[in-house]
Design a binder for this molecule. Structure first.
Ligand code: NAP
Length: 242
């Protein structure tokens, strides 16, 4: 895959899946920008490594998203690929979930996708080309006890993406969703060993994914080979949801 000089923005790119996406695009010759919230040292090191742009901003902040996209577009003269990846969990049963855990997850995981898509789509439509790839989750497909806020945010991304895909398709912009299964990152490394064993037993391939395996599916959707794919939801989950 050749992404030489392609211009890519990834939200939540400092760690985990987002970082693997930034690194993979950079390896394939792309110009990369990423956002992060708090891990400044890690982000600085990655910025140097990929010779890219790094923006410290909360993905749920509408004005900051617009400023970030505008800064990247100004620097590069356009934007080819947006990956909405920033996400968090604040787990708890609905009957005990407090309002801030609900709001924080919905604004970080779902409103952020609106924020960045809203900011990036006019440029992509003007260019008559662009790719928006949203990182949802298998939990958005199946639900999960203790993760109603997270599941709602991830299901919401799917409805949003299909709607946007219909709005921008005629202007050469595709919008697709990846639903990762269980991926080895900071987000999952606090899960108790017993629960982890149960999850592994439920995954047909009997293992978790590495972030690079999710990045590979993003690169495919961003590539020329995926030019006729839009409004789709692709589970990259070792068969968990089949
Ligand atoms: P992670 O290791 O916790 O990394 C999260 C990344 O998002 C970090 O770069 C973090 O930046 C950034 N971030 C968090 N909140 C942010 C905010 N408000 N504004 C800007 N950036 C923010 O998570 P991950 O496992 O790579 O997950 C990435 C995405 O994949 C998420 O959307 C997650 O829901 C989804 N996903 C993950 C799994 C899994 O098994 N890991 C499975 C399905 C879906 P800082 O470093 O500054 O905090």
């Amino acid at each position: 895959m050749d992404f030489k000089d392609s211009r890519i923005l990834v939200t939540g790119g400092s760690r985990g899946i987002g970082r693997a996406i930034v690194e993979a695009f950079a390896r394939h010759g792309a110009r990369t920008a990423f956002t992060y919230r708090s891990s400044a040292d890690v982000a600085e090191a990655l910025k140097e490594q990929v010779k890219g742009l790094a923006f410290q901003c909360d993905a749920s902040d509408f004005a900051a998203a617009e400023a970030t996209v505008n800064a990247a577009v100004e620097q590069w003269g356009g934007l080819d690929i947006l990956v909405n990846n920033a996400g968090i969990t604040r787990d708890g049963l609905v009957m005990r979930m407090n309002e801030s855990d609900w709001d924080h997850v919905i604004t970080t995981n779902l409103k952020s996708v609106f924020n960045y898509s809203r900011a990036a789509s006019p440029t992509m439509m003007r260019q008559r080309s662009g790719r928006i790839i949203n990182i949802s989750s298998v939990i958005g497909l199946t639900g999960n006890a203790g993760q109603a806020n997270y599941a709602a945010s991830k299901s919401g991304m799917i409805g949003f993406s299909k709607s946007l895909a219909k709005e921008v398709a005629a202007r050469g912009v595709t919008v697709n969703v990846i639903c990762p299964g269980y991926v080895e990152t900071d987000m999952t490394n606090t899960i108790h060993k017993k629960i982890k064993e149960q999850i592994m037993n439920a995954i047909p391939v009997r293992r978790s994914a590495m972030p690079e395996e999710i990045a590979a599916s993003v690169l495919f959707l961003a590539s020329h080979d995926a030019s006729y794919i839009t409004g789709q939801v692709i589970a990259v989950d070792g068969g968990l949801t089949m």
